[in-house]
Design a binder for this molecule. Structure first.
Ligand code: HEM
Length: 458
């Protein structure tokens, strides 16, 4: 067993190239399209594509980006065949919170770290997580109210946080769970900070302080887990090794786990919230999903049954299309290149847009309609282009947790629908905030009614 030795050099400063040859709107210097993009990111995208085509310049929060629109651009940047697009540089605004995480590494360094992480996502390990999740979901759902309207979005956020502490970290002490979750919430909030410098009392300042506090917690946990082991995700990361016996240093474990917590949490919460939004307003669809779930029995989801939830899976996929958790992502260009006859000099920051691509009517007709049948073999709208449907990204950085996420979402939906009918008043149908992660702005008021056959956990 050897400790992986891939020290990350400090980020080199890239030039700030002149991008005046790229088409784009005339805007105020610092402000640019900040307000329009912040309030209506998808609308801004489609508007700019209509005016300038698939490559355009846009200034947001003082930084100028070149937006590469459409699914071909996703293929170009995600597949990164010539190794010229850097995630580490492109996402450097988040480095104070996430440096050292997998998405904040490139090339050989990234590949070496990803090989170690893969060990925590093997099938037998995932199966153990499912067992842990099932027990904890049952206990947490026992506490949800029957027959009264609840704010579903914050409730599911709280539930996934508690689930996360248990399944992700193996932490059950309530005081510790509370402390970790509070720090975690500050970290997540920092990802949408307007002020990117970690000045005390700003979002970024609090985020950086939270990272420090969490790192101290993780360091204490590592020592215990290396001795006692455990089925939780953190314990698996502590012992993860690649096929050549390479393992991470303690600092690597801390950095990776720090990023993983956030990567896992918000997206899963978003997917579940969207599914409940769709099912609560479509009784017919809800009954269809429930019937499919009940055909498997009345117990929690078994690992072997994961592939038998066809309609549930299509609802999940449609949720990830309709309000995708990660609608935009960024890279930096490390060597002069060209895209669609536009020169992209070294140092150009590019944005690619999986969210808007999944809302493009030419690929997904009537994109605003929630329609799980899009994925049936006779329509297969997602198959028209390799990157038509790509909520998990692609290429070297494709989401490593996508099976984990699918298990978590389905384990939750199985127990939720076995127990409860979901109802939403027409007047409560929400507006959605689209970035940084989609959220119904009214908290999603939903009434849960305990089904007659459902029982509380013994
Ligand atoms: C529905 C849930 C999820 C969605 C939609 C999602 C989406 C994504 C996307 C789009 C990326 C690529 C970002 C980019 O290239 O810029 C990504 C990367 C990543 N995700 Fe997820 N994710 C989800 C759940 C999870 C979970 C549950 C975990 C861990 C348990 C996880 C861990 C990661 C990691 C570590 C990366 C970086 C991979 C790399 O750089 O090699 N994600 N995810």
């Amino acid at each position: 067993m050897t400790v992986l030795d891939t020290p990350t050099a400090p980020l080199e400063r890239l030039p700030r190239p002149d991008l005046s040859h790229i088409p784009g709107p005339r805007t105020l210097p610092f402000l640019g399209k900040t307000i329009s993009f912040g309030m209506n990111p998808y609308g801004t995208y489609f508007d700019q594509v209509a005016r300038f085509g698939n490559v355009f310049r846009m200034t947001v929060f003082g930084d100028t980006w070149v937006v590469l629109a459409g699914p071909d651009a996703l293929a170009e940047v995600y597949l990164n065949r010539e190794a010229i697009y850097s995630a580490q540089h492109g996402l450097k605004a988040f480095a104070p919170i996430f440096s050292g995480g997998l998405l904040h590494r490139d090339d050989l360094d990234h590949r070496a770290h990803r090989r170690v992480m893969q060990a925590a996502f093997r099938a037998p390990v995932l199966k153990n997580y499912l067992t842990l999740m099932n027990g904890e979901i049952a206990r947490l759902l026992d506490k949800w109210p029957n027959n009264s309207k609840m704010q579903f979005a914050p409730a599911v956020k709280e539930l996934t946080l508690r689930l996360g502490a248990h399944v992700f970290m193996g932490v059950t002490d309530q005081a510790e769970v509370g402390r970790i979750n509070a720090a975690f919430i500050d970290e997540v909030a920092a990802t949408s900070a307007l002020v990117r410098k970690p000045i005390p009392f700003t979002k970024m300042g609090k985020g950086v302080a939270a990272r420090k506090a969490l790192s101290d917690d993780f360091r204490r946990l590592i020592a215990a887990r290396k001795v006692n082991g455990g089925d939780d995700f953190f314990s698996q990361l502590c012992i993860a090794e690649d096929e050549d016996g390479q393992v991470w240093s303690d600092q690597d474990i801390i950095d990776h786990f720090n990023f993983l917590l956030v990567a896992a949490h918000d997206a899963v919460t978003g997917a579940v919230t969207t599914m409940v939004w769709a099912l609560a307003q479509d009784k017919y669809l809800q009954e269809g999903v429930r019937a499919e779930i009940l055909r498997l029995g009345t117990g929690p989801l078994a690992y072997e049954d994961l592939d038998k939830l066809d309609l549930t899976d299509r609802v999940y996929r449609e949720a990830l299309r309709r309000f995708t958790p990660s609608a935009f992502t960024a890279r930096a260009v490390m060597a002069d290149t060209e895209w669609e006859r536009h020169r992209l000099p070294r140092g150009t920051n590019v944005v690619i847009c999986p969210g808007p691509v999944m809302m493009t009517p030419e690929l997904f007709p009537e994109p605003e309609r929630f329609d799980p049948d899009r994925y049936l073999p006779d329509r297969a709208e997602d198959q028209q282009h390799k990157f038509a449907w790509s909520p998990f990204g692609g290429g070297a950085h494709k989401c490593i947790g996508m099976h984990f996420a699918s298990i978590q979402v389905k384990a939750f939906m199985v127990q939720l629908l076995q127990r409860f009918s979901l109802e939403m008043d027409v007047a409560d149908r929400p507006k959605w905030r689209e970035i940084p992660t989609p959220l119904p702005t009214n908290g999603l008021p939903v009434t849960l009614r305990l089904r007659q056959s459902a029982q509380k956990t013994p």
